[in-house]
Design a protein around this ligand. Structure first.
Ligand SMILES: NC(=O)c1ccc[n+]([C@@H]2O[C@H](COP(=O)([O-])OP(=O)(O)OC[C@H]3O[C@@H](n4cnc5c(N)ncnc54)[C@H](O)[C@@H]3O)[C@@H](O)[C@H]2O)c1
Length: 352
């Protein structure tokens, strides 16, 4: 079996390790976790205990024992782990956001382009968003006119998040816009294309310096369409993460409040339909408690696709999304932050 190395064994490293070990156990991938490394050795040991593999004493030791690297450190740690993996020619699954600042994002782009890779913007694998992107981009409902995306989450240094780095701008790069809503920015770009103009406003109510807990972004597209993103970190602890996306085309209103299987409601002049999508058929082979089924399928799906791609092509292939797409999402975030710093002045997309 080919060997997986997990670099960073916190919240998302644990989720990936669990999803990957379940895929291995079900015989759905010919890969297994071999090595785990975290600067907090206890975390690597804990993930190894439940998902297999050997905790390693250093990044180098872990990378020397693997055929693919899963980079799951907090955001500021991605660059070093990716650089060391690229040096060894390893394929890389790199978590989002790429890096805390746009300069480092460009460095990560240059590195990841050298190896097979996939970025952890996993919502591109959600059937409900794929259906919206396919329908809107096909033009079957006429031109897109407007999108409204609301993303909210409790401030993630509590609850299921066992760490506090998201309150540290040096490690996270910013707050809810870059850390959480980079997913939404990527989805909007996937559905509507590149904007021509971006305006952003950010606020900080909880007092963590440089960490926006409210962000709004207005985007204007070449055909005059407009999108608004509202991203909030609040203190409603029952709301771990919620997304609501509405898209108006000339001939249809599309709407969902779920970020994986829907339902997706599509209303036209003639009919109103509601579609619930299926998880991949193989997901039923995973031995996962019901309460975790959705979350694990959400990650197992892109993970399996990346490894299947490596197996089937063996050469310099890439998963979805490619770092070039991730970089463009970062460019939008960067322009939105620059706009916010200037009081919300609209700026051209290509300014960064
Ligand atoms: N794709 C998604 O849906 C998703 C979801 C959650 C988090 N993330 C991203 O994953 C990353 C990690 O987030 P998290 O919630 O798991 O944080 P976390 O704090 O739970 O885990 C991060 C781990 O990285 C370790 N670490 C830090 N620097 C390291 C280094 N140089 N080498 C090895 N280990 C190191 C820390 O000790 C910690 O255990 C962030 O970039 C975050 O944005 C992505």
């Amino acid at each position: 079996m080919k060997r997986i190395g997990i670099i960073g064994c916190g919240h998302i490293g644990t989720v990936h390790a669990y999803a990957l070990s379940q895929l291995t156990k079900a015989g759905l991938i010919d890969w297994e976790i071999d090595s785990l490394f975290d600067t907090d050795a206890a975390r690597a040991a804990k993930v190894a205990k439940y998902n297999g593999g050997t905790p390693r004493a250093s990044l180098d030791e872990a990378l020397d024992h693997c055929d693919v690297a899963w980079v799951c450190t907090w955001t500021d740690g991605h660059l070093d782990a990716v650089a060391a993996s690229v040096e060894r020619g390893l394929p890389i699954f790199c978590e989002k956001p790429l890096a805390p600042n746009f300069t480092e994002c460009l460095q990560l782009q240059a590195l990841l382009r050298q190896v097979p890779h996939q970025v952890g913007l996993v919502l591109r694998w959600a059937p409900v968003f794929e259906a919206i992107a396919t329908a809107v981009r096909s033009g079957k409902y006429g031109e897109a006119q407007a999108a409204i995306f609301r993303d909210d989450q409790f401030f993630p240094i509590q609850g299921m998040y066992g760490s506090t780095w998201r309150a540290d701008v040096a490690l996270a790069g910013g707050g809810t816009l870059i850390e959480h809503s980079i997913h939404d920015v990527d989805l909007l770009r996937w559905i509507l294309g590149d904007p021509v103009e971006i305006a952003g406003r950010t606020s900080n109510r909880f007092g963590h310096s440089g960490i926006d807990d409210i962000a709004t972004v207005q985007m204007v597209y070449p055909n005059g369409a407009q999108a608004t993103l509202v991203s909030v970190w609040h203190q409603v602890l029952s709301r771990g993460s919620g997304r609501r996306l509405e898209v108006f085309c000339e001939g249809a209103y599309l709407h969902t409040t779920d970020d994986y299987l829907g339902p997706l409601t599509v209303e036209t002049s003639d009919a109103k339909t509601e579609v619930v999508f299926d998880a991949p058929e193989w997901a039923s082979m995973l031995d996962v408690p019901e309460v975790y089924e959705k979350a694990i399928a959400q990650y197992a799906h892109p993970n399996k696709a990346f490894l299947d791609g490596l197996d089937s092509q063996g050469g310099p292939v890439c998963g979805t999304p490619h770092v070039d797409d991730a970089l463009e999402a970062h460019r939008i975030v960067e322009v939105a932050y620059r706009s916010a710093a200037s009081g919300g002045q609209p700026l051209p997309f290509d300014v960064a």
